[in-house]
Design a protein. Structure first.
Lengths: 458, 457, 267
């Protein structure tokens, strides 16, 4: 009876209209349950078998790494380090029991995060055993932040309401840092609170993604992008004033990603990039201090003991390690300044092998690929944008670190996510991982249930 | 939802850039890996400037010239061998161009897969030289404390069997006063490969070749030497009054007047051209080094100056290795087999990993000119000096006594080669301030070549 | 082979195994992320009130507008480029007005920026009318009824039978094609329009205040257009003056479609 005819009053069609029959075809019974889920006690659950196997594999791997890290420790340091390693292993199993068995969540991202964090712990234990405790606290703190953020973002309402206050707090924190902080190796990006030293920009990174991502209603409201651009420029500007150019660049790149995802307007992006490029060139030409930081780029061998020292040593020792490394504890790069922070990629290449280093890079790449592919199935554009920009930010930062330290790009002092020693960096990395986790609706069983409980055909 | 998902696809560009960067980095590592990994800053294999890991350097008889034992570098047990092979091994930071520096990557056995594992755990690879350490020791003793250089090589195969430079010191016991003590002046330079000396009468080889090639009748000419040659604008003093001499006799007796006259007659252009052809001012590649160029510049010379340049004075400078190679060219029908001293890189269990022998040749002169030159040099021994220094060797030679200033004794030179097929060696000897070419350099050459002869027959 | 080099080779083998395992583990655990077996389940539906065309919704956020990048494209000049966004939020579904020129009406009432919508609500954007269906989220209290005979509940046959006996003739009816609701024509004369004083109130912008008239003449119902702006169509042709209705005719009054049933009892 209903004729499908076009009238002047228009017709309705959707960009992706699934044919009605197909959903009937896919339904084997009223509620379609995919193979890796099962219904138990009326609740939809994940099957648990594979996570246990993976956890065991992970534990064996970590034990191997931990044991090989012990070879340079003195008798006094040994028990402390072994204890801390044990605590980390226990923490992972506790997480598995709580999240994997009881709450029945998937654990791919956590497993990857565990392994990467373990690399940082093992390097810290081998090079600075007395600082292992701080690093472990940072890792566990990161996991807790991850769990909290994942829960927090479960409710879209909560997310939309909190974006504004978080944005204000972020700008405030950066401004505070600019005022209060002291210079530390040329950048004014550290706050010292008693025995702790934190890098506020790392925390602001998470907030930046949070504020940038938006639900679809906000996105279609064309006025909101202007507010976001101002927010982003303020953040980048403050970081520039703090002379932390690497982090400013990361924020800028993330801003470009978010702006494009929000507006789809490539012309504006290109315009902004050109303006930034011109601004950058202007600064380099007229502020010699800035230019001097880049004078060693592609000339590191001429300044082998001066400005190019860190990069040349990184290359020399990375090559010395070969594909499989010289073994934990046997490296020489660890004696160079900032080996466990900025140069940690070289330490991994030298001691654990270039194959391991490549694996780490592949992990970052896979995070981004997952975010891009998963954007289609997201509950809200907020999660899609957040995951893509978080993963993009992480990969971009990793690239700046790895390529900067091997003279493919100019050296900027940014850390390698998860691997660099440093509390703030670790917290930030786990925080960004939370965005990836929240992208997947399988993290939120209540939402999943709704999907499968449409008992009536509409 | 699809809008975001479509836009997100642009982020694949970041993935692409990342992968491209990693490929670029990988290629850089592959191409420059050896060079970077064997940098002296690599503390896996260097301590300060000393290479403390890696394989041994061996001579042609498998004598160990230097090796690493328990994390320290050690040298041959014989102190004279140590001194005589010092320059060929080199000392990082002091003596450049040595095997330890140029073959560090091979000694370490670096490869992209295992990094420095071969060096630190498997003892690296060995580098075998063509030198005979005992012969080098003999040469060192023959120099008897005097400064200079000696080189002997097989002109058929190119293998250098002896190469020393003095002064040298004992690398195991480096003297503390090495920088102040005059006796050690120049100790850091491998004079055989990198030295430059006034050639003196050995330059007459070049002048003679120039004459042979440009003056068809020179072999039948006779000359008159009255102790001097009067050029248009000056005089060249001869070492003796030779009277009436043929070209050959003039060469044998090393008559300055005749050769100054010949140089003057030939003129600047031809002399310069021949000098260039015979490699005076060019470099010879010896494995991974290049010899220092000599110099022959008569662009602003007067006639007298030209005359002096023809007898190896004026501003003439030559390099001992280049001269030895020139001798090798004459011995080999005008085309020299270029010299080398590194035979190859071998694994610890004796397998050849990399062949470093050279099969390069260079043509210096035509075969006919070479045969004339050979005859000239042979008759110098048979008709003038006698075979006393080189019995049975059928030696062809030319000496030189190079004036280096009024206060100092002249440098003593000798270059030559044996024309025996079973003893195909060419040599060059220079003794700084040694005095007479024949007695000083000749005696050294005699000792070295006799030693070589004895080891073979 | 002595013990030292044995140890060295052992170390190398250990490192080979370790680095390969790390690579293997990271790649495997992350590739697991990529399998996605749940299909696109339909969780809501929009029905075009005019054409009956339906659009299935399987995501939680849907954009509507004239622009091609919207999830639901409305090819209607009265609809803004980015008109509205419908999202699943909190306890139900919401519709957001994203800077549209003509605003949004939910069940006839203009909304202010955002409003909750429930199963069966009629959403007007410009001249486009869509019905929203999501069975999990029904309105708690029924829609305010006007005082006319416009009923959503199908009438009891008894009532209709009684009326038939009383009047001695068949009772006709109109079926609203958009929501399948029924209007029983007990009386003689019905004015159809947007104004509240009409007998059949259609709170749709494209319907004129007094749009059309249904008049019974004997056993035949006649349809008349009351000089409405959009006009009245019968089976696709414009109505000029007064035309008779036959069983099964489709009436179009300003975008609202009705099917005429001559005898409800024999339907």
């Amino acid at each position: 009876m209903a004729e499908q005819r076009k009238t002047t009053r228009g017709s309705v069609y959707a960009a992706d209209t699934p044919r009605r029959a197909s959903s009937a075809r896919r339904k084997k019974h009223k509620n379609y349950i995919p193979p890796d889920l099962e219904i138990k006690k009326g609740k939809i659950r994940e099957k648990i078998g594979k996570w246990f196997v993976l956890m065991v594999f992970l534990t064996v791997l970590e034990l191997a790494m931990d044991l090989s890290a012990l070879n340079r420790l003195t008798e006094e340091e040994l028990p402390g380090v072994v204890l801390l390693f044990g605590i980390y292993l226990a923490a992972q199993w506790v997480y598995y029991i709580v999240a994997g068995l009881v709450l029945r969540r998937r654990m791919e991202l956590e497993l990857a995060g565990f392994l990467l964090s373990n690399v940082s712990l093992v390097i810290t234990a081998s090079v600075y055993p007395d600082r292992l405790r701080t690093q472990l606290i940072a890792v566990i703190g990161g996991i807790l932040v991850f769990a909290f953020l994942t829960w927090f973002m479960g409710n879209v309402n909560r997310v939309t309401v909190s974006r504004m206050p978080i944005g204000i707090a972020a700008v405030g924190l950066l401004a505070l840092t600019l005022v209060l902080a002291e210079y530390n190796n040329g950048a004014k990006n550290w706050l010292y609170l008693g025995p702790l030293s934190i890098q506020p920009s790392e925390i602001v990174k998470v907030a930046f993604v949070f504020v940038g991502a938006a639900t679809l209603d906000k996105l279609q409201n064309t006025r909101s992008i202007a507010k976001y651009v101002i927010f982003a420029m303020v953040c980048v500007g403050l970081l520039f004033l703090m002379l932390d150019f690497g982090t400013a660049l990361i924020f800028f790149a993330t801003f470009l990603i978010i702006a494009f995802l929000r507006s789809g307007d490539i012309k504006t992006i290109v315009l902004i990039c050109t303006a930034a490029l011109m601004g950058g060139i202007f600064i380099i030409l007229y502020k010699p201090y800035v230019a001097s930081r880049f004078s060693t780029y592609r000339h590191i061998w001429e300044y082998i003991d001066a400005g190019g020292m860190q990069q040349t040593r990184t290359i020399i020792y990375s090559l010395s390690g070969g594909l499989f490394g010289v073994g934990l504890g046997n490296g020489k790069l660890r004696h160079v300044f900032a080996a466990t922070e900025d140069l940690v990629f070289g330490v991994v290449c030298e001691e654990l092998g270039m194959l391991t280093a490549v694996a780490i890079m592949i992990a970052y790449v896979l995070f981004l690929v997952y975010a891009i592919r998963g954007a289609k199935y997201a509950r809200s554009s907020f999660y899609a944008i957040a995951a893509c920009s978080a993963a993009g930010m992480m990969l971009f930062q990793a690239m700046l670190n790895v390529f900067g330290v091997t003279d493919v790009l100019p050296f900027t002092g940014v850390t390698l996510p998860f691997i660099s020693r440093g509390g703030s960096s670790m917290l930030c990395s786990w925080g960004l991982l939370a965005f990836l986790k929240s992208l997947d609706i399988r993290t939120y069983p209540k939402v999943m249930r709704e999907l499968y409980q449409q008992k009536e055909r509409i | 939802m699809n809008t975001i998902s479509k836009r997100a696809k642009i982020l694949y560009a970041i993935v692409a850039v990342c992968l491209a960067g990693m490929v670029f980095l990988g290629i850089t590592f592959c191409v420059h890996g050896d060079e970077y990994a064997s940098n002296t800053r690599n503390q896996h294999i260097y301590s300060g400037n000393v290479l403390i890991s890696g394989g041994r350097v061996l001579d042609r008889e498998d004598r160990v010239l230097t090796a690493v034992m328990e994390g320290r570098r050690v040298y041959n047990e014989d102190s004279v061998i140590r001194r005589s092979t010092l320059h060929v091994l080199g000392e990082s930071g002091y003596i450049a161009g040595g095997v330890l520096e140029q073959y560090s990557a091979e000694l370490i056995g670096y490869n992209l897969l295992t990094g420095v594992f071969t060096a630190t755990e498997q003892g690296g690879n060995d580098v075998r030289l063509t030198l005979d350490a005992e012969l080098c020791a003999d040469a060192y003793r023959a120099m008897d404390g005097r400064k200079g250089a000696v080189g002997v090589y097989n002109y058929k195969t190119g293998e250098i069997v002896c190469m020393i430079s003095t002064p040298a010191y004992d690398p195991s016991n480096k003297p503390e006063d090495i920088d102040d003590n005059e006796d050690y002046e120049g100790a850091y330079l491998n004079k055989f490969l990198y030295g430059q000396y006034v050639p003196g009468s050995t330059f007459k080889v070049i002048t003679a070749a120039c004459a042979v090639e440009n003056m068809p009748d020179v072999l039948t000419r006779t000359f008159h030497c009255d102790g001097e040659y009067h050029a248009a604008d000056g005089t060249v003093i001869c070492n003796d009054v030779h009277g009436e001499v043929t070209f050959q006799q003039a060469f044998n007796q090393s008559c300055n007047s005749v050769f100054a006259q010949l140089a003057d007659e030939l003129g600047k252009e031809k002399m310069t051209a021949t000098a260039e052809k015979l490699g005076v001012a060019s470099s010879v590649p010896v494995n991974r080094s290049n010899t220092t160029k000599g110099s022959y510049d008569v662009s602003s010379a007067s006639h007298a100056d030209l005359g002096w340049s023809g007898i190896g004075q004026y501003t003439d400078l030559v390099n001992p290795c280049n001269m030895m190679t020139l001798a090798g060219a004459i011995a080999n029908g005008g085309t020299a087999r270029l010299p080398y001293y590194v035979d190859g890189v071998y694994s610890a269990d004796g397998r050849l990993i990399q062949n470093e022998t050279s099969d390069l040749t260079r043509t210096y002169m035509s075969a006919s000119t070479a045969s004339v030159m050979k005859n000239l040099m042979r008759t110098t021994v048979t008709d003038y000096y006698g075979e006393g220094y080189f019995p049975d060797m059928e030696m062809c030679a030319k000496t030189g006594t190079a004036e280096v200033g009024e206060e100092k004794r002249p440098h003593a030179w000798m270059i030559g080669f044996s024309q025996r097929e079973d003893f195909p060696y060419a040599f060059a000897v220079v003794v700084e301030n040694g005095g007479s070419g024949y007695s000083a350099a000749g005696r050294v050459a005699s000792r070295v070549l006799s030693s070589l002869w004895d080891s073979m027959f | 082979m002595d013990w030292q080099s044995l140890g060295a080779y052992g170390g190398l083998i250990f490192r080979v195994l370790l680095s390969v395992s790390i690579l293997f583990f990271l790649v495997i655990s992350l590739l697991l992320l990529f399998n996605r077996n749940y299909g696109k389940n339909v969780i809501a539906r929009f029905i075009n009130a005019m054409s009956g065309e339906t659009v299935d919704i399987s995501s939680w956020e849907v954009s509507l507008g004239r622009a091609k990048t919207c999830d639901i494209v409305l090819n209607n000049p009265t609809v803004s480029r980015f008109h509205a966004v419908v999202v699943r939020r909190g306890k139900g579904w919401m519709i957001f007005d994203t800077n549209s020129k003509s605003g949004i009406l939910v069940n006839g009432k203009k909304i202010d920026k955002r409003a909750f919508i429930y199963d069966g609500d009629i959403i007007s954007m410009g001249t486009s009318v869509l019905t929203f269906r999501s069975p999990l989220f029904k309105r708690e209290q029924p829609q305010k009824k006007s005082d006319t005979a416009y009923q959503k509940i199908p009438a009891e046959r008894k009532v209709v039978a009684a009326a038939r006996r009383d009047s001695g003739r068949a009772i006709s009816a109109l079926v609203n094609l958009a929501d399948q609701s029924l209007v029983l024509l007990f009386a003689e004369d019905y004015i159809i329009g947007r104004a509240n004083d009409c007998d059949i109130v259609l709170p749709v912008m494209t319907v004129s205040k007094h749009h059309a008239r249904l008049l019974r003449q004997g056993t035949v119902w006649r349809l008349e257009d009351l000089r409405s702006r959009a006009g009245t169509q019968l089976n696709g042709t414009d109505v000029i003056g007064s035309v008779p209705l036959r069983d099964g005719d489709v009436i179009d009054t300003g975008g609202v479609y009705f099917r005429f049933i001559a005898d409800y009892m024999n339907e």
